[in-house]
Write a protein of this length. Structure first.
Lengths: 783, 214
């Protein structure tokens, strides 16, 4: 029987250590996509985590007295708030505290160091990974230490400490169960809090059996856990050095706070004679009170617990003869601090909630969705710790759904930061030539118009209903084309774009529905996909508005808001399109500028400001425009305000319906109740609540083009949820989702309709309202 | 800048000792701890005699705080060894750790935190600390008068303990656990598999947190 810890001497480097030279991104990506087990494991994990987290925060919201607490303003950016008032207030407060620390970071570091040194702790400031590793290595050599035990520290992963020590013949043993499993598998942690969460119990059993040389139960997780208790005890006793991480560094007292559930960190920091703490400088908090606030948010966000089993405050060598060192690691953090927008990422408390709600993470896991740090935060900090190239692949997987921003307990504007990193990748490392060419073309409205009309003509023979049947051309025999289209039937390019049809339409004669919006003048921003792919959707929008007695004007000079460029990180074309949009719309005389593309509303309302950072005049124009911009759903719910039952019919061919909450509608515009009110009250339809309604459908802007396999997997999850509702119609408010869902439903041949909320409303207008009712405003359900 | 948060889970009128105790009990039980309230030393002894398993060791601080406990336990046929005394006869920490592993550890908490159901342990010195880390079962004596409403109150206690020279302070909430495999909760990884909290009447062991000793 051999155990990995039986050997008295040093193990061979890497024997139990990490794979220090992981596969290139593309290989990791393809391997993950082929791993159906991985996807099952991760989806199960995300779903169970979500339930626990919501439970612990809900318990906080029970006290009505505390819900009204006003939030402190954060120093940096704070995304729109979601969740209970209690969560929001705590989030804002901790963000403000962390911002204040980041602003005065050198001072806090000094204060911490003085306090720690006064307690006999040796503090070393490591400027980079090499310095940090060198300090620990030299310490081992000076003390004759050959055997090291570690508790969880992501900083040690960041600086790749294990490899540095193993190269010197020093044995390093991870004692956190998940980390130990990963060490036995020669893998990096795939998740910051749950390092082996991508593995099933069967996979763990096989690893443990091989490591201990005897069979370990493949079913009984308890038996697997007890293997760690038995096997690791000897390491705790024999090790000369314990290495731990830190969850917070308390400046006022020079105290290291660390939290854990297993008790291994208490042993790592107690048994070996020498103890080294590795901590990033962003871990500083001013005092114990701030640490308590962090505790409240951290355990809930990390593991869905109110508090972990052990929270330890270590303020110096606790026993005679004990030696304690703290290595304060910069390794790019001061560069982050000096970078606007990115500096907010230094608030991070490493809870990994951003990974736990991320749809692409659930498809590929943390070895692909990240470099060493995984999840959304990993896409943001990797360039600063490991270089931009290490992030080129991972960042391309973000679908900008903003789910991470809704759960981040310190309100880091992760989606915006990732787009900034993407733009940097595009600028410094380039982007795929076809995508760039397409965006350049798209940025020229007249050229794009000519190209699209030509394409519509060229593909006319392949058009069948709302779709393009590429198989008729033989194009699907080309693997690349097949890869893009087999799971999502491409839509048909309209013979006549919406703009042409709207130009020649007759305004509605009335009578009108009873709406306080009657008499308003609304300019309609069609949205480019709607214009070219779904002209009937545009007609439906206009019919609904006119039925409310609204005068609809369609500005001629409109094309695309620039979102495709923003999504792809191609900021020059994005700015060009945004300028065109501002110029085309700002002169329009109208009470509102309405779009039924919720993503465009998000772009204009939230992205333009950042897009024009450094161009104050354009920022101002964007802000002025944004004051009049409104999305269709909000307009119908809060401006048109049709009375309940206004459009109710005894029998609707569409019922029951389910509502797919476009991720940015839900996460950025906070549109949860509004669309449901329109469906259940104004239309009086039966709404079957869609599980994971606001989880992205997978369209994800450029991701479904650049990473079709990920988009396809996320779509599978969405359609499975839809199927569970038993609804006949899926309703949503974003044309991108509609393209994606319709294509997927056609490819899977599901008996489902997908409608824009405007189409659903239009289909229920009384025949006397608006111009002659077009039954064709609703696409036919597939056979 | 940080403001006092109070205890978010406490109803606005929950300020009586009874409320604190109920809240503490609820949260500690939710974390997997077992709670026993005792009126006197005899009841504590009876409880320990019932639940303890294997060799019973305590810290010197526990012995000092509950002087009647040791003789009563011995009288009940439960020899209570003091960790510091065991350590004095052993050559090195690994030997001590190997000796203290398994069995039952008996320690005293400085305070309990109602908001989270946590115990505040502040044992300096290797031997007393290992008594709460290495046994299979940990029994913690908690003076009933030492309940704090919220984590913010614990922050004040931490400052006091810090000033008094304590270097290793822990909040212990339930037994050791993990969910690292398939997010399935499993109790007892490296720390104790069972955590019992014996809440002693206010007058018993009334050395509360405001009189920390080193």
């Amino acid at each position: 029987m051999t155990s990995p810890h039986d050997n008295a001497g040093p193990r061979s480097p890497g024997a139990g250590g990490t794979d220090h030279d992981p596969l290139p991104f593309d290989q990791r990506y393809r391997r993950a996509l082929d791993d159906a087990q991985l996807q099952r494991n991760l989806l199960n994990f995300q779903r169970s985590w979500q339930g626990s987290r919501e439970g612990t925060f809900a318990a906080y919201a029970e006290n009505p007295e505390r819900a009204a607490r006003p939030a402190l303003p954060a120093g940096g950016h704070l995304p729109p708030a979601k969740g209970s008032a209690e969560f929001q207030a705590m989030r804002a407060e901790l963000a403000a505290i962390k911002d204040a620390v980041i602003a005065q970071l050198p001072g806090y570091i000094d204060q911490f160091q003085q306090a720690a040194e006064a307690h006999g702790i040796r503090v070393y400031r490591a400027v980079d990974a090499a310095a940090a590793n060198g300090y620990v290595r030299d310490l081992c050599q000076a003390r004759g230490i050959r055997h090291v035990v570690k508790s969880k520290t992501m900083v040690s992963e960041e600086i790749e400490l294990n490899g540095a020590l193993e190269a010197e013949g020093i044995t390093v043993v991870e004692t956190d169960l998940g980390e130990w499993i990963q060490q036995l598998a020669h893998e990096r942690p795939s998740h910051m809090v749950m390092p082996a969460i991508h593995k099933s119990r069967l996979q763990v059993a096989d690893l443990l059996s091989r490591a201990v040389g005897r069979p370990v139960s493949r079913e009984d997780i308890g038996a697997q856990v007890s293997v760690a208790r038995t096997e690791l005890r000897r390491d705790f006793l024999e090790a000369g050095l314990g290495i731990s991480g830190a969850n917070a560094l308390i400046a006022s007292s020079g105290t290291v706070m660390f939290i854990e559930n297993e008790g291994n960190a208490r042993l790592v920091t107690t048994l070996p004679r020498v103890h080294v703490v590795l901590a990033g400088v962003e871990k500083l908090v001013p005092d114990y009170n701030a640490a308590m606030l962090q505790l409240r948010l951290l355990a809930r966000s990390a593991t869905g617990q109110a508090i972990t089993s052990y929270t330890t405050f270590l303020s110096g060598p606790p026993d005679p003869g004990k030696e304690m060192h703290i290595v304060l690691v910069d390794n790019g953090r001061m560069r982050m601090r000096a970078t606007p927008l990115i500096r907010d990422a230094l608030r991070c408390i490493r809870c990994a909630a951003c990974a736990d709600v991320c749809p692409p993470y659930a498809v590929v896991g943390g070895h692909v969705f990240g470099h060493i740090y995984s999840g959304a935060i990993g896409l943001v900090n990797t360039p600063y710790h490991h270089g931009l190239e290490a992030d080129a692949g991972p960042q391309s997987l973000c679908i900008s759904c903003n789910a991470c921003a809704t759960v981040c307990p310190v309100g880091i504007p992760l989606p915006q930061q990732i787009l900034a990193i993407r733009a940097q990748v595009v600028e410094e490392l380039g982007m795929p030539a076809p995508l760039r060419a397409a965006l350049e073309l798209w940025a020229h409205p007249r050229l794009a118009d000519v190209a699209l009309r030509a394409a519509a003509l060229a593909t006319a023979p392949l058009r069948a209903g709302a779709f393009t049947r590429l198989e008729r051309s033989g194009a699907t025999l080309i693997p690349q084309v097949h890869r893009l289209t087999s799971w999502r039937t491409p839509p048909a390019l309209a013979r006549r774009p919406a703009r042409d049809r709207l130009r020649t339409r007759q305004a509605a004669p009335g009578p009108h529905l009873d709406s306080p919006a009657r008499g308003l003048r609304v300019a309609y921003f069609i949205q480019c996909l709607t214009d070219r792919l779904f002209p009937r959707m545009a007609l439906a929008v206009v019919r609904v508005l006119e039925a409310c007695g609204i005068t609809v004007v369609v500005p001629e000079a409109q094309h695309c808001c620039g979102l495709p460029g923003i999504d792809a990180g191609a900021l020059d074309p994005a700015r060009a399109m945004a300028r065109q949009t501002i110029e085309g719309l700002e002169q329009v005389r109208a009470d509102y500028i309405l779009t039924a593309g919720a993503s465009c509303a998000v772009a204009i309302l939230h992205d333009y400001e950042r897009l024009f950072a450094g161009e104050p005049l354009w920022q101002l124009r964007a802000r002025v425009l944004a004051e009049r911009v409104i999305d269709f759903t909000t307009f119908m719910d809060s401006v048109a305000r049709l009375a309940p039952g206004t459009l109710a019919r005894p029998h609707s061919p569409f019922a029951p319906v389910t509502y797919h909450n476009f991720c940015q509608s839900a996460n950025v515009l906070n549109l949860d109740a509004a669309p449901r009110r329109l469906i259940t009250e104004v239309l009086g339809l039966e709404l079957r609540e869609l599980p994971e309604s606001s989880v992205c459908c997978g369209f994800g802007g450029s991701t479904s083009v650049t990473r079709p396999a990920v988009a396809a997997q996320i779509l599978v999850r969405k359609l499975e949820n839809v199927r569970q509702t038993g609804a006949r119609t899926v309703v949503t408010d974003n044309p991108g989702c509609i393209l994606h869902l319709r294509g997927g439903i056609d490819a899977q041949k599901l008996p489902l309709r997908v409608l824009h909320l405007a189409e659903l409303l239009a289909a229920h207008l009384p025949v006397t309202a608006g111009p002659a009712a077009h039954p064709t405003a609703v696409p036919p359900a597939p056979p | 800048m940080p403001r006092y948060w109070g205890c978010p889970l406490m109803a606005p009128d929950a300020t009586t000792p009874r409320d604190l105790l109920d809240l503490f009990t609820r949260h500690a039980q939710a974390a997997g701890a077992q709670i026993v309230q005792v009126a006197d030393v005899a009841a504590a002894v009876a409880t320990i005699a019932t639940i303890s398993d294997g060799p019973l060791r305590c810290t010197a601080a526990t012995q000092a705080r509950y002087p009647a406990l040791g003789p009563a336990l011995i009288a009940a046929g439960l020899p209570l060894a003091v960790a510091e005394e065991i350590a004095a006869g052993l050559p090195d920490p690994p030997t001590l750790a190997a000796t203290l592993a398994g069995g039952t550890g008996l320690v005293t908490a400085y305070a309990g935190i109602a908001e989270t159901g946590s115990l505040v342990l502040a044992d300096d010195g290797l031997a007393p600390r290992l008594v709460s880390m290495l046994p299979d079962m940990c029994i913690v004596l908690l003076p009933g008068a030492a309940l704090l409403p919220a984590l913010d109150d614990a922050a004040r206690l931490l400052i006091d303990l810090d000033r008094a020279g304590h270097r290793y302070v822990s909040f212990v909430t339930g037994p050791s656990r993990t969910a690292d495999i398939e997010r399935v909760l499993t109790i007892g990884v490296q720390g104790p598999k069972e955590l019992y909290i014996i809440i002693t009447a206010a007058e018993e062991g009334d050395a509360t947190y405001d009189q920390p000793t080193r």
